[in-house]
Design a protein around this ligand. Sequence first.
Ligand code: ADP
Ligand code: ADP
Ligand code: ZN
Ligand code: ZN
Length: 748
Amino acid sequence: MSHIEITGARENNLKNISLKIPKRQITVFTGVSGSGKSSIVFDTIAAESQRQLNETFSTFVRNRLPKYGQPDADHIGNLSTAVIIGQQRIGGNSRSTVGTITDISSLLRLLYSRVGTPPAGYSNAFSFNDPAGMCPECEGVGRTMALDLARALDRSRSLDEGAILLPGFGVGTWYWKTYAQSGLFDNDRPLEDYTQAEWDMFLRGSGSKVFFETRGGTVPQKYEGLIDKFDRLYINRDLAESSKRDTVLAFVSSRPCPLCGGTRLNQAALACRIDGRNIAELSAMEVRHLIDVIAAIDAPVAATMVPALLSRLRHLVTIGLGYLSLDRPTLTLSGGESQRIKMVKHLGSSLTDMTYILDEPTIGLHPRDVTNMNALLRELRDKGNTVLVVEHDRDVIDIADHVVDVGPRAGTHGGEIVYEGGVEGLYRADTLTGRHMRHNRPLKTEFRRPAGELTVTGATVHNLKDVTVSFPAGVLTVVTGVAGSGKSSLVNEAFLAAHPEAVVIDQSAVGTSIRSTPATYTGLMDEIRKLFAAANGVSPALFSFNSKGACPECQGLGVIHTDLAFMDGVTSVCEVCRGRRFREEVLRHTLRGRSVSDVLEMTMGEAAGFFTEPKPRGVLRAVNEVGLGYLKLGQPLSSLSGGECQRIKLAGELHKKGSVYVMDEPTTGLHMSDVEHLLTITDNLVNAGNTVIVIEHNLDVIKSADWIVDLGPDGGDRGGTVVFEGTPRQLLELTGSFTAEHLRRDLD
Ligand code: ADP
Ligand code: ADP
Ligand code: ZN
Ligand code: ZN
């Protein structure tokens, strides 16, 4: 059978839709954010695939897996196993690196065990995750913890003045006496005046017996230097379990392991070389340079290994990650980088007939690299897989074999398929996506004049090469450059360090309580409570989820969560309030005929028509302006995507003046028509006297900038410099910039 078939799908906002998705092809799902793309791809297709997969396990295993309910659909047929390549960061483990996660490190180890001299053993002798290869000092972590003397001591003080700042070492304590009454030091002399010999004795001295007075008499004690004592008491114990952990960690610094120099490997592994280089040196090279080194290896025993290694390394370069090194910890990768790394892993796999699901794989990618990523999507398809991509990028939509356009708009106004078919047809379709595919935004002609400047001086974070740059105040600045060129290092680290008052509007989650909703987050709930209270002559507190007015059964949640032994809990609608969250008597109080529960069921757009009072209208106007009119007032905040979180934060900032805003890829998750919306919002922010700095690859945003700071010329060690500062019009004239090149191509 050649199609995945879905009939009568009704998850979230889907309106009983049916569709056929061709197998072994690339299908791109388009539509404004909130139209229902994820409801189809993740909540219906991926959920059903996962559920079917779980059915194949024994009950024992199944009970230990997360539970997937049957998606709300009449029929889903002809699915193959779905693999979601999402943007979740990889691994929470300090031992996971780019090399280990892509399996490239194991190939490299194999190579060293066959070709390297002198031989160190077989291939786990080169693994820092294996006792045979790991550095004995740091146990393969590459860093060691040590007492941070700068924090532990005040060298301007003497022992009697409390020079030791460590908790438990204060003047008069037992530990303090082991130094102050040792007779080895002058208790009135500041530490900074100690001789080298005294200093060494203080920190590292050992052996000599010292006697000191206690109430019980004279006690002999073996002297132990401060560092040794601290190591014995804390560092050499497993602190994970200790209640003192946080206190101790405040006085500990971590630094590269002195024995292995941070390479994590033992001396035998490091001594083994190929063409003069050891495995740690190769792992520290940028992948694109490593390729040349591997390609030059000329040994008959390596004949099959070298091509296998090169193929994987080239995939990393193709996907725009040639600036990474294999030893880079995965914990430090961005979401987009993590997703692309996962792609490389799957490209190396020999499985076929899988369904790969990708969520906006262009995140963090410069237009230059999108072309390369498209090649990888094709490669996945050509290996016999079905590729489903949720994407807004024109260049990716252009390579689709099949397009599913969801709409016409968001939330209750969406949930239908408005176009299905080839890309050529999409260009002619009378849908939001079709219209935006046809229409190309022109370059801005008038650029705002700066009202001052915000500078960063001599920045050297990560790959930045002593960068000094001025960001004009009171305008929209877009920071551009290929992935790895240093945009985040410049903006999120150097700029924010120099201008800590700037407001960061990112995509991190909002609201920590399970009772948080868009209404509570935006402050709308306070206004609603006051209005209900005034209309009914009662206390506003009655209309709070946390008050006596809340349903006592579900405590105002509207749902009951039941924990089940050995199984995932189940959530069901509260039977007492029937999901309405409040006591019956609270619901009898109405405002213009609606109960507080009715109001929470409204969307922001509907509420804007219901409220006439200025305060709630102001909040609702802002929320609607950022394109979130489809959110329900009482929807849990946890159901919001990263992009939606970013926009709801933005809503809270509208109508302020004189602030500096920093945003990292605000177009993530946004359809081309949502981008228009976002640009209107940033324009309004700037017109109101604010400064906005965004990191963006989206050409429509670049074309709307007043000022561009382009980093490059390439990623990693080939980046880290400012290649251009000026208006987009001036950028067009520039040669040698990838951004300029793509801007010219777009405007052609
Ligand atoms: P898209 O992927 O196109 O951005 P979604 O499928 O995520 O859209 O969302 C479609 C609609 O369903 C939106 O109105 C969204 O708010 C709603 N929705 C998504 N997930 C949930 C959920 N867990 N609970 C309630 N509503 C949801
Ligand atoms: P961009 O935002 O332009 O994609 P980044 O500022 O994230 O670029 O990265 C610039 C360079 O710094 C890259 O070579 C990247 O690998 C490196 N880098 C970024 N974050 C870290 C980190 N936490 N540890 C080590 N290197 C890093
Ligand atoms: Zn070590
Ligand atoms: Zn209830």
